[in-house]
Design a binder for this molecule. Sequence first.
Ligand code: ADP
Length: 478
Amino acid sequence: MKPSDFTSAYIGGQWVSGAKTFAVTNPATGVVIAEVADLTPADVQTAIDAAEAALPGWSATTPHERGVILRRWGQLLMSHQEDLAQLMTAEQGKPLAEARGEVATGASYIDWFAEEAKRAYGDVIPSIVAGKRYLTLRQPSGVTASITPWNFPIAMLTRKAGAAIAAGCTMVAKPADETPLCALALAKLGEEAGLPPGVFNVVTTTDAAGAGKALCDSPVVRVLSFTGSTAVGKLLYRQCAGTVKKLGLELGGNAPVLVFDDADLDKAVAGVIAAKFRNAGQTCICANRVFVQTGIYDAFAAKLAEAASKLTVGPGVKAGVAIGPLINQDALEKVERLVGDAVGHGAKALTGGSAHPLGGLFYEPTVLTDVVAPMGVLKEEIFGPVAPLIRFETEAQGIAMANDSTVGLAGYVFTRDIGRTFRVVEALQCGIVAVNDGLPTVAAAPFGGVKESGLGREGGHQGLEEYLDTKYVCIGIG
Ligand code: ADP
């Protein structure tokens, strides 16, 4: 699997080239690694037609039949784990160890849903009228669409496609144009696993707005699942009103961390390192605002800075690298702007604080202290390797500061007090809370947010629900 193997989009079981192509660049080197078909909205419509044509056959298969193909698909991901990881690091930049981990996570979603679809039970409802019986059926919602970001090019897609396809739906997938190669590799392995033509289609394009409009406007597409920015999520929400689609939205996070005085200091440091610096800080559940209680603040800051300064920055293919490049120049400029603003308003960089001497898109792992409320670093998702530390005094104040956000995806708590654990877990306005842990995501558990972080859940049994409709059946028997 080389980047140059994936130049065509995948529609209706055919590899199709577009009238134009676009370049995919390795963010670690700036080198163009592939030219990929740049499809038009009309091509996206062709993919919707293909998904529609495939729907009757696929939705009529049993969950067991679908499970056999899906499990094979997941196994193929694992037998190509190294190839896929290399491909991912080439287009996305993350260290190879993380890329390998993401391939495994991606496969685990497919595997999870291959099993879970067998348990899409309906209900038999006790009758309250003599001579009538009530029951519910769980049926595939129909043709679905996904729009996915560049930060997890495999896992974000398999947790949508795995669920949809297991449920008996078909899908048109639009990957980010920064990272189309992994999505096309998934399609190739899906084909090998035995997915019939049209069940999983991948449309590659730089016309995200045009493709998005085609998917939203189509009355055939019944579910749209999106992971990406809050701004685009809101646009898609509006655009889907016309056809009253079911929407899954996984939007921005601005995740709070609360480190209490009674926390295990080393565990808290390790947890924040994992939650902050994975993928160079480019995940939607990355620790974005680290609130530290005043009694432990200085010790925590010193230890975190020491640990962060030891993270090796460099190209993801190099052994020992923990932090790869940022995805593009805009991302680098945003991080520079936010750190510049914070330092300009009195924050101090205990470590890092500037672009890495390697140049290009590399940024130093950074720990900022003395961060206070008006700084932009607390309002915007940083999406870079920067940990801003904010001091708090009481539990109530910490919770209030953590909840002072329009979004609520993940939150993290470090404490050894069981009573406090429950109080804080219940009070945090987040869809996901990790206690004494920095890596909560797993296929078996529901992932998703509250407030403006989105709608719906991915993973767990809840992830399948997004692609199923409930049909209520009333039967007169008298
Ligand atoms: P990010 O800042 O992470 O790139 P985006 O929300 O811009 O977040 O991108 C996430 C996904 O949404 C990508 O696949 C991107 O191509 C797509 N996208 C961007 N703009 C639009 C749009 N107007 N309509 C539909 N999809 C879009």
